[in-house]
Design a protein around this ligand. Sequence first.
Ligand SMILES: Nc1nc2c(ncn2[C@@H]2O[C@H](COP(=O)(O)OP(=O)(O)OP(=O)(O)O)[C@@H](O)[C@H]2O)c(=O)[nH]1
Ligand SMILES: [Mg+2]
Length: 373
Amino acid sequence: MASSNFVDYVKIFCRSGKGGPGSKHLFRDKLTMKGGPDGGDGGRGGHIILRGSKNHWTLIHLKYARHIHAGDGESGGLSRSFGKEGEDKVIEVPCGTVVYDAENGDFLCDITEDGEEVVLIKGGRGGQGNWHFRTATNQTPRFAQPGESAIEKTVILQLKVLADVGLVGFPNAGKSTLLSVVSAAKPEIANYPFTTLVPNLGIVAYRDNRSFVMADIPGIIEGASEGRGLGLRFLRHIERNSILLFMVPADSDDITAEYNILLNELKQYNPELVGKQRILAITKCDMLDDELTTEIKKIIPNNIQTVFISSITGLGISELKDLIWAEINKESNKVVEITHRPMEVAYQEVEEEIEEEEEDDLSQYKGIGWDEL
Ligand SMILES: Nc1nc2c(ncn2[C@@H]2O[C@H](COP(=O)(O)OP(=O)(O)OP(=O)(O)O)[C@@H](O)[C@H]2O)c(=O)[nH]1
Ligand SMILES: [Mg+2]
């Protein structure tokens, strides 16, 4: 995705450091001919460590750092001195990064908090020096333990954005426009489908210096869960949102049907998403008069909290913010641990294809006509 700075998938090769060998040294000086073993232990090899960092929003800094090697431990020395430890390599990742084993797709760990550290691959232990091996029957062991080998692993880092509220809607529903009026984010806005090709995040200022994070993701269409449009690629970014704001424009042919399609696509992708609290915003209500509003109120789904908004006139925006704030602060809506499923091989292939198509791979969708979708 060279066209954008939003990198949410990288595959990197990591190797921890090997342990330094123990020393086989035998002590000798001017006065002592056979002083016995005094070889020290080898140093531990460097770990590969992942650390959550709020200074990173994407994985772009790792896109071209595909090989990460920690330092090897040094060998033990005389006088039972320890070898120096190999240098640890710390990989900073944005909060919300999930790590998979590239070989079999197994989930390895996830990093959700700033400063949180996980040792991804342990460095090899240093070998013990010959001093440890002296016994009554062998007082001058001329051997020592070698250090443990380095461990190599190819891992996939995948970002699942941590936002309080995720925007879910068909292309052109007015998602980016809403984000642009409630936050300082400046997403691209235009009157054609798939203007937004990668997620945008914004911090929404709320009363009394409080704030919450809103994620605008590319539009979802019927069949998205089977790969239509921008497919599932971005649905993962709402997996960890506390609540979801569904957005359906007031001029939709059938608001309830559109809402149900969105819900179904989410369900196909991950049934757990349907368990999240939802709010429905009917957008672009500046186009409605009182009469039409009354008509629409009769036909909207009645099992969901609904707000009529207009990002252009500001109608309903503060009511919407109040509602979002109330919902994200409910104990029942706090993000529960999501269950991490292994990453399917087929999915990895899709991601890698996208990575390989260097420039502008998603731009083919930009402005695509509705009929072609
Ligand atoms: N009248 C009116 N038009 C709006 C409103 N909000 C957005 N629009 C228009 O709707 C069109 C689409 O808006 P976007 O915010 O780009 O829609 P989106 O949901 O982000 O679309 P994608 O990025 O393609 O998924 C633009 O022409 C906006 O100017 C609104 O409240 N009232
Ligand atoms: Mg958009």
